[in-house]
Ligand binder design. Structure first.
Ligand code: CS2
Length: 473
């Protein structure tokens, strides 16, 4: 079968053609982290806005770690299809917003050149929680090997924060503003990224570091955002199905649910695509949306993944179909909803989560969600748990969720940047000492010192061991 490429565009079924022709676009956006999520979310919002209003907002995508995505997309001229798994069957369409696909390490010169190019107005990032190298206090972990090597003067930085700092330094010569749009699942993600970039610059010892920091403060915006679309890892069967619809082979196919949400803080320093006309919402403060999404959707995902894997389930839909699935999700959500700002329609939100999670057309693997659990748990469960404890309220579901993760670290397959330290926390000592060690790793020494909290988690671990997920109800 012929491979998807510019040359094959004319042969695609009418309804599967891209909305825009990337050959007609310039590059005005640099995206760091060219995974499936970006291609299924920001890239298609941008393509829709481009089709409506133009603007030439082509995206140069830089993969951070894997070269596979570049090896896959480059022969396809950056084209790939997105299949939306709707309840009425799949809809497959090629997206055409990527103007370049590159590897940040291999093409560091091109990355620096683009970041210092006046046509480029936006940088977006999706590098997952671990790609930011945050220390337990939320700042930059300057001892993390890639950050330390970048700070030691490696000319082609391997860390995203290093790439941004170098790019901004080159850009200052132009005095051209830039908006850096973090699209990862972290509370206050804009402010987090701004802090990391500033800390990196401070730690470089560059003679112009102070002037650069001043310039960043006045000319570079870091709006916070909430991004939402469930995008399971693509399987061979997904690629085959997409290729069959297209009539050409698409090795870069991605799949997602029909739902999409994008909430952005309206503090851009530059022009931008009219994403608001593609369903995105621009607001002065994203915090309420961010808290609702991280704590309810992502928090429930992590809980279902820990419980489901231990219960022999494979996908989110399988976990939800288990007798304990929906009741656990609703009990968790009811407890967490109490920690959210007033005025949010959490009832409707939770109902929509049940529908989205149960979508039988999606095969969202629990194992995918369980990856990097230590970083996700800290982001999703600890703030609401601390909030409830500070208010003197009980938190059986959040304590139970932590117990489910504790069991996962004890019994499950760990794919986690802290795997070695997690294993060390289990070596020797009783369950209470392991729980304390794990809480410290999560960046929660306060909870580790809270004997009542530790005892509650230990008790929930024993209850789950004895009674399975229903023990949480
Ligand atoms: C999931 C997210 O893997 C995970 O941790 O919770 O990827 C989730 O599917 C997305 O944030 C949905 O927008």
């Amino acid at each position: 079968m012929t491979r998807l490429s510019y040359a094959a565009l004319g042969s695609l079924p009418e309804e599967s053609r891209p909305l825009v022709d990337p050959r007609a676009l310039g590059t005005r956006i640099v995206h760091l982290g060219l995974g499936a999520f970006h291609r299924a979310h920001q890239a298609v919002h941008t393509e829709q806005a481009e089709a409506l209003y133009g603007g030439g907002w082509g995206i140069a995508g830089f993969s951070q770690r894997s070269r596979a995505v570049v090896d896959t997309l480059a022969p396809q001229d950056g084209l790939y299809s997105l299949t939306l798994r709707t309840p009425d069957g799949p809809r497959t369409r090629v997206a055409g917003q990527l103007t370049e696909v590159r590897h940040a390490g291999d093409d560091a010169t091109r990355l620096r050149e683009l970041l210092a190019c006046p046509d480029v107005a936006l940088v977006t990032t999706t590098v997952t929680e671990k790609g930011y190298w945050r220390a337990a206090d939320g700042g930059l972990d300057t001892t993390a090997p890639p950050v330390a090597a970048d700070l030691a003067g490696r000319p082609d930085p391997a860390s995203v924060v290093g790439q941004l700092a170098h790019g901004l330094r080159a850009r200052r010569a132009l005095d051209a503003p830039l908006s850096v749009v973090c699209c990862d699942n972290m509370a206050d993600n804009g402010r987090v990224l701004e802090r990391l970039v500033r800390e990196f610059v401070q730690a470089t010892g560059w003679p112009d570091a102070d002037r650069l920091l001043e310039w960043i403060a006045t000319r570079v915006a870091f709006p916070s955002t909430v991004v939402d679309r469930i995008v399971p890892a693509t399987t061979g069967a997904d690629r085959d199905a997409a290729s069959a619809v297209l009539g050409v082979r698409d090795e870069g196919a991605v799949v997602g649910e029909p739902f999409t949400q994008w909430v952005l803080q309206d503090t851009f320093a530059t022009d931008r695509p009219r994403w608001e006309d593609t369903g995105a919402l621009f607001v002065p403060d994203v915090a309420p949306y961010q808290m609702m999404k991280l704590r309810l959707l992502n928090g429930a995902h992590t809980l279902l993944s820990c419980l489901g894997l231990a219960d022999g389930r494979e996908t989110v839909a399988d976990a939800l179909a288990a007798p304990w699935g929906e009741p656990v999700l609703r009990a968790y959500a009811a407890e967490v909803a109490g920690t959210l700002p007033a005025g949010l329609d959490t009832g409707a939100y939770v109902d929509s989560l049940v529908t989205r999670f149960a979508n039988p057309a999606m095969r969202h693997l629990l194992r995918q969600i369980a990856t990097d659990g230590s970083l996700k748990v800290a982001e999703r469960w600890l703030p609401p748990l601390r909030g409830l404890r500070a208010a003197g309220h009980p938190a059986p579901m959040l304590t139970g969720a932590l117990a489910a993760w504790v069991r996962h670290t004890r019994d499950g397959d760990l794919d986690d940047p802290m795997a070695d330290r997690i294993r060390a926390a289990w070596a020797g000592g009783g369950p209470a000492s392991s729980v304390r060690g794990l809480l410290v790793l999560l960046g929660a020494p306060d909870l580790a010192e809270d004997a009542e909290c530790v005892a509650a988690i230990v008790e929930r671990v024993a209850a789950l061991d004895a009674g399975g997920p229903s023990a949480l109800l």
